[in-house]
Design a protein around this ligand. Sequence first.
Ligand SMILES: [Mg+2]
Ligand SMILES: [Zn+2]
Length: 195
Amino acid sequence: MRVKAGSNIAVFLDRDGTINEDTGYLHEPEELVIINGAAEAIRRLNAASVMVVVVSNQSGVGRGFFTDSDVEAVNKRLIDVIKADGAKVDAIYYCNHHPDEDCECRKPSPGMIMKASAEHGIDLNFSYVVGDKGSDIELAFNAGAKGVLVLTGKGKGELQKLKRPAGFVAEDLTGAVLWILDDLKRRGASLPNSG
Ligand SMILES: [Mg+2]
Ligand SMILES: [Zn+2]
């Protein structure tokens, strides 16, 4: 199977518990703590010309705990901190709805990935979702991508109750990215600088 001509490969990353510590309804930029090695892992994806797209459920907005501008301030801080380490996030999507709203974007529904895929020409067959929750693995399934569970954040507890098997279980984002780059090579996807 080949990557669709002119399409991008993407790794969709969960935010809280995957890139940064999950402190519970994080909404203060100063409280953002990047998990060890996460920026370097993202740099490896950048070097391999794999798009890095963050997809995050932020129901704290729908629940009235904080506002969209709080989410955006944290996201901006995330981009800046990662950038200071030479790494780039290509896009961030988040769902701000309450779970009861039954929207199409709250993970594990694939709305955010479908939107990103349309906006950035992504070949989902060759794409991956990395996250610390069962809903991230179900999201991968619902989007036709492969799911990787990380054991940071809530990952260790979630591993026990996965509804679907993950394509791979990694210690952290670094382990996930190394596996993904190997997996792409095994599948014969041509990456410019993945050597
Ligand atoms: Mg998470
Ligand atoms: Zn939503």
